[in-house]
Write a protein that binds this ligand. Structure first.
Ligand SMILES: *[C@@H]1O[C@H](CO)[C@@H](O)[C@H](O)[C@H]1NC(C)=O
Ligand SMILES: *[C@@H]1O[C@H](CO)[C@@H](O)[C@H](O)[C@H]1NC(C)=O
Ligand SMILES: *[C@@H]1O[C@H](CO)[C@@H](O)[C@H](O)[C@H]1NC(C)=O
Ligand SMILES: *[C@@H]1O[C@H](CO)[C@@H](O)[C@H](O)[C@H]1NC(C)=O
Ligand SMILES: *[C@@H]1O[C@H](CO)[C@@H](O)[C@H](O)[C@H]1NC(C)=O
Ligand SMILES: *[C@@H]1O[C@H](CO)[C@@H](O)[C@H](O)[C@H]1NC(C)=O
Ligand SMILES: *[C@@H]1O[C@H](CO)[C@@H](O)[C@H](O)[C@H]1NC(C)=O
Ligand SMILES: *[C@@H]1O[C@H](CO)[C@@H](O)[C@H](O)[C@H]1NC(C)=O
Ligand SMILES: *[C@@H]1O[C@H](CO)[C@@H](O)[C@H](O)[C@H]1NC(C)=O
Ligand SMILES: *[C@@H]1O[C@H](CO)[C@@H](O)[C@H](O)[C@H]1NC(C)=O
Ligand SMILES: *[C@@H]1O[C@H](CO)[C@@H](O)[C@H](O)[C@H]1NC(C)=O
Ligand SMILES: *[C@@H]1O[C@H](CO)[C@@H](O)[C@H](O)[C@H]1NC(C)=O
Length: 743
């Protein structure tokens, strides 16, 4: 029964073949020379094969019935309704093997496309009998075993694609002997071993040769393919060794050359009309090809992740069509100050991880198309060119160099900037306020520099910021509350600075925060209870500060190693290594309770002590009647309008501008405030930033403590205190000439 089935299917196949031939070679020729095998042979052969496939595949081929394969069978192409010339079943998800397809019946077949199926098993030797075959595509299947050497008999083949299978063994030598007219040969994405057969020098028309992603060894042949025709040569991800043959320089049409991830040693002149040179991720060593851009045709030059050494070829400077340059991860040396020109088409340049020195040329900013400049991990010195701000850059990475000077404020104009890495340099000065305009900025890393001044509150305007690293600098002042607007923030690293003041209560807004490092600062006050909202936190480090009070009972603190909490002033809580909070709290309970009664959020009050100064002021005003309306003492007003007093104080210290700081206490910062009346007062601003926090009995302890503490210093009288959603401060008498620097 089986054999009769086979016979009938064979007949059908032959009929098909005839039909296909007639159709396919409409442009030409050959039909008459074809063997006159009838459809009666082909159809049964195909049906027999179909029977070996799985259910689903058979359903897809349900049209394969009857004796005539040219009669609307899916995927079957016939020539003149008599000979089958093509089988195109690409992307059918067919499951099975080719073992039971009788190729002897498919002698008229010219095009066989089974790409993107789930066929397994070996590629049958019999395929070599389909002598008219011109195009064979078995890519994206699961064929294993060897590439049949019989494919070398397919002398008419111009397209052979076995890409992405699990074929192993050597590349058959015969492939370069029979089908010398191959135009496209793709054996990539397999496990082929051995060397590239020398017969591959026989190809006369080869345009694309893809042997990448295999395990090929040996060297690259000189005269691989044809210099006049080869356009696209991909040999990357192999284990090729030796040098790149000089002869590749004669390949006048080569546009893409992918040789990376090999172990090739040296490069020679690849010139002529070369447009793309991709050598990335090899183990290439030696110098970059000196004549790489002799003709100025080079557009894409990728030689990243190799071991190239020496200086840049001088031809790079005039390589005016350059659009993409990647030389990162090599051992290149030399002074790059003047090595590069102005390239109108240059989009991307990466020179990172080399030993380059010199300065960052201001030519880069003149490259009108440039969107990414990466030069990290070199020895570049000098300043960051000011004109970078005039470009359209989206990515700047100049980290880990020896850059000096200040960060140009012009960078604040790069509104498309997505990331800016300037970390690990020797930059000085302050962080430009202009950065607040970088609305697309996702990552800002300025760590490990010598930056000074305060963190500009404007940074809070960079609403897309996900990573903010300002660690290891000399930044001072408080953490601006505005940073808490950065709700996309995932990493906030402010460690190792001289930050003072408290943790803004709004910390809880940073719901996406995963990493928080504020260690090694002089932060004071308590940890806001809103930390409970930081549910994404994975790592935290608050060590080496002056923090005190209860550590919120949340997982991140419980799981953190003690050293991430250690070395603070007085943290307590249910965490190994910390003492219990309850004992500590009792002390000032009475005073605390009293204060709670007095304080009403958002209003400022005077203590009894105010009376004295009020008197003084009022009598003074009496003496200077004409000025009264203009120069009214805020203290006089204070008792009537807390809001106004608050505003007057805020104005006097210019919203707690650091220039008014006269000292730091354990729990706050002391400012010198000159009131509109000319009166001088000392204002002690607390780290607690919201009234809710005040009502928390626990945190009062600090204020009272601070209050008594400061009494010992040159601050004499407490005039009053103010509680406001944003600020909580005490107002003292200011002793002129006295040093108010605490500690
Ligand atoms: C198709 O077949 C007819 C007759 O059967 C013949 O006249 C014609 O030339 C053929 N066409 C091709 C393209 O071979
Ligand atoms: C394959 O087809 C050829 C030609 O039609 C035939 O001679 C041969 O017997 C077939 N082989 C099998 C195994 O059916
Ligand atoms: C085979 O089919 C695939 C998928 O449709 C297609 O990309 C490929 O070009 C075809 N091969 C040939 C030689 O036509
Ligand atoms: C070509 O076919 C002949 C006969 O089938 C066979 O002897 C020879 O080995 C084949 N050549 C190759 C390169 O497979
Ligand atoms: C193909 O190349 C091999 C080795 O380079 C050589 O021996 C053979 O003669 C060549 N065949 C043809 C047809 O050029
Ligand atoms: C490059 O081509 C020229 C002219 O065809 C030839 O003389 C020269 O030998 C070739 N160079 C290499 C290295 O093959
Ligand atoms: C290759 O470079 C050498 C010098 O290194 C030069 O003499 C030769 O002409 C160059 N060949 C080509 C094809 O550019
Ligand atoms: C660089 O190449 C090596 C092998 O040469 C590879 O293991 C590594 O992943 C590559 N690195 C990158 C960043 O591509
Ligand atoms: C670059 O071109 C300029 C003018 O075209 C020329 O003077 C200079 O020598 C060239 N530089 C290099 C390194 O080729
Ligand atoms: C690098 O070259 C520039 C100009 O070509 C020069 O001014 C500078 O001193 C050089 N730098 C070093 C470190 O040699
Ligand atoms: C914290 O402040 C003290 C005293 O004001 C100072 O000695 C210390 O260096 C500061 N620490 C940091 C990390 O700024
Ligand atoms: C302290 O924490 C542990 C688990 O971390 C818990 O079992 C215990 O009840 C807590 N004690 C107090 C007083 O909250």
């Amino acid at each position: 029964m089986k054999s009769s089935l086979l016979v009938s299917s064979f007949k059908t196949i032959v009929v098909f073949l005839n039909l296909m031939l007639l159709l396919a070679s409409a442009a030409t020729d050959n039909v008459k020379q074809l063997p006159g095998i009838g459809n009666t042979i082909v159809a049964p052969a195909l049906q027999n094969w179909k029977a070996t496939l799985d259910d689903q595949s058979r359903k897809l081929l349900s049209s394969w019935v009857g004796p005539d394969a040219c009669n609307n069978w899916v995927g079957i192409g016939c020539n003149n309704k008599t000979a089958i010339v093509s089988i195109n079943l690409d992307g059918f998800q067919l499951r099975g093997t080719l073992d039971h397809l009788n190729f002897s019946s498919l002698t008229t077949l010219k095009s066989f496309n089974l790409s993107t199926n789930q066929l397994t098993g070996q590629i049958p030797l019999e395929l070599g009998k389909v002598t008219w075959l011109e195009s064979l595509d078995l890519s994206f299947n699961e064929f294993n075993g060897l590439i049949p050497s019989t494919l070398g008999n397919l002398t008419r083949l111009y397209y052979l694609n076995l890409h992405e299978n699990t074929l192993s063994g050597p590349v058959p030598f015969g492939l370069g002997e029979g089908p010398t007219g191959l135009i496209e040969l793709r054996l990539s994405g397999n496990h082929l071993t051995g060397s590239i057969p020398t017969s591959f020098q026989n190809f006369t028309r080869l345009e694309r040769l893809h042997l990448h992603k295999n395990e090929l060894t040996g060297s690259i042949l000189p005269n691989l393919g044809t210099p006049e025709t080869l356009v696209d040569l991909r040999l990357y991800y192999n284990r090729l060794t030796g040098s790149i043959p000089i002869s590749l320089g004669n390949y006048s049409k080569l546009e893409s050359l992918y040789l990376h991830q090999n172990q090739l040693s040296e490069l020679n002149n690849l010139t002529e009309k070369l447009e793309t040179l991709s050598l990335g991720s090899n183990k290439l060593s030696g110098r970059l090809p000196a004549h790489v851009c002799d003709r100025g045709s080079l557009r894409i030059f990728l030689a990243n992740n190799n071991s190239f050494s020496g200086a840049f070829p001088s031809t790079i400077r005039n390589c005016s069509r350059l659009s993409r340059l990647r030389l990162d991860d090599n051992m290149l040396t030399g002074n790059i100050s003047d090595a590069f020109g102005v390239y109108n088409d240059l989009v991307y340049v990466d020179l990172s991880h080399n030993d380059l020195y010199g300065h960052v040329s201001n030519n880069w900013a003149r490259c009108r198309s440039l969107i990414a400049i990466k030069m990290s991990n070199n020895n570049l010195s000098g300043a960051i060119p000011d004109n970078l701000g005039d470009s359209w850059l989206q990515e700047i990475d100049l980290s880990s160099n020896r850059l000096t000077g200040e960060i140009p404020t012009s960078l604040g104009r790069l509104t498309s900037l997505i990331y800016l890495f300037l970390d690990n340099n020797r930059l000085r000065g302050s962080i430009p306020r202009e950065f607040g305009k970088l609305l697309n900025l996702g990552s800002l890393n300025l760590a490990k520099n010598g930056l000074t001044g305060a963190i500009p509150s404007e940074i809070g305007g960079c609403l897309r910021l996900r990573i903010l690293n300002l660690s290891v600098n000399y930044l001072r002042d408080m953490i601006p509350t505005e940073l808490m607007r950065l709700t996309e923030l995932e990493v906030l690293d402010l460690a190792d600075n001289g930050l003072i003041g408290g943790l803004p209560r709004q910390f809880g807004e940073l719901k996406r925060l995963e990493t928080l490092n504020i260690s090694h600062n002089n932060l004071t006050g308590s940890i806001p209870s809103t930390f409970i909202d930081l549910s994404s936190l994975i790592t935290i480090d608050i060590s080496y500060n002056q923090l005190e009070g209860r550590v919120p009972d949340i997982r991140i603190f419980q799981q953190a190693p003690f050293k991430a909490i250690d070395n603070n002033k007085g943290l307590c809580g249910n965490i190994t290594g910390l003492s219990d909070c309850i004992l500590k709290r009792k002390h000032h309970k009475n005073i605390q309770a009293l204060l709670i009664l007095i304080i009403v959020p958002t209003l400022c009050f005077l203590l009894v002590a105010i009376a004295g100064i009020l008197f003084f002021r009022l009598s003074k005003e009496k003496r200077n009647e004409p000025q009264e309306s203009v120069n009214r003492s805020p203290f006089a007003i204070w008792s009537y309008d807390g809001k106004m007093v608050y505003e007057t104080i805020i104005e006097a210290v210019e919203n707690f501008n650091s220039k008014h700081i006269i000292g730091f206490g354990g729990s706050g910062i002391v400012y010198r405030a000159e009131l509109p009346t000319g009166e001088l007062v000392a204002v002690k601003k607390f780290n607690i930033q919201e009234e809710d926090e005040l009502l928390d009995v626990k945190s009062f302890k600090n204020e009272i403590h601070a209050l008594t503490e400061t009494r010992h210093l040159n601050i004499v009288k407490l005039y009053g205190f103010c509680s406001h959603p944003r600020h909580m401060f005490l107002v003292y008498e200011f002793i002129d000439g006295g040093s108010l620097r605490t500690n």
